[in-house]
Design a protein around this ligand. Sequence first.
Ligand SMILES: NC(=O)c1ccc[n+]([C@@H]2O[C@H](COP(=O)([O-])OP(=O)(O)OC[C@H]3O[C@@H](n4cnc5c(N)ncnc54)[C@H](O)[C@@H]3O)[C@@H](O)[C@H]2O)c1
Length: 245
Amino acid sequence: MGQLAGRRCLVTGAGRGIGEAIAAGLAAEGARVAVLDLDQARADAVAAQLPGGAIGVAADVSDPEQVAAAISAVEAAFGGIDALVNNAGIDTNASVVDMSLDLWDRMIAVNLRSVFLCSKAVLPGMLERGWGRIINISSQLAQKGAPDMAHYAAAKAGVIGFTRSLAYEVAAKGVTVNAICPGPVDTALWRAIPSGWRERKVSELPIGRPARVEEIVPTAVLLASDGGAYYIGATLNPNGGDIMV
Ligand SMILES: NC(=O)c1ccc[n+]([C@@H]2O[C@H](COP(=O)([O-])OP(=O)(O)OC[C@H]3O[C@@H](n4cnc5c(N)ncnc54)[C@H](O)[C@@H]3O)[C@@H](O)[C@H]2O)c1
């Protein structure tokens, strides 16, 4: 029996990258997983690879109606959601001087508003059952900042503030809320960043390389499990030593 046997989990942005790896890690521990992504076919394809009756669901996590519909559909299919991983995110590069308001707003909507929308939608069921896990994928850039990433770092820092505040509200009711702040992880998102920026970033890392997606998974499994019950509003940092806290 895995440590998540019987648990029902929803992972956003699980059509590829870190989210896909986390979905696989949760399923390997016995969870039934809903794979949420923008594209239904992609979500279905990932779900089809997972054990335990996984399903795919399509939604744009920045859209309130789509989030409500997707989470209702998963709750109807599974009978509830015990753990939510807010992983969906985007990344672009622009200096503040050159950044359009549209780009700023889109970043905040996808990377921060989504965390509010998805968390708010799953919380009533978790609070009613007196058990829940919300795991928010922030970033080490929220803690350190980076040139041409002010919008991204601001959204991800907002995720940490949201995590801590919501953790206060629900910890005594059996629901834990925590954040993970990965360093660079070798995914499509990372590879789309200009190469000079990436080389500079890797040169700052004591470990000297980006993470593999599998290296983020154990932290998510811990926070989703019964064993993670005493982590409240924490930020866990699989970051290759970039920030040692
Ligand atoms: N890769 C890194 O170096 C790194 C480092 C720290 C944090 N992160 C964070 O980890 C998370 C996953 O990143 P990744 O590297 O796997 O990225 P990725 O681009 O490989 O995957 C992101 C997934 O999210 C989905 N997605 C994007 N916008 C969406 C939306 N509006 N609604 C629903 N789904 C959406 C995409 O379709 C994609 O499948 C992100 O929140 C990212 O900011 C990544």
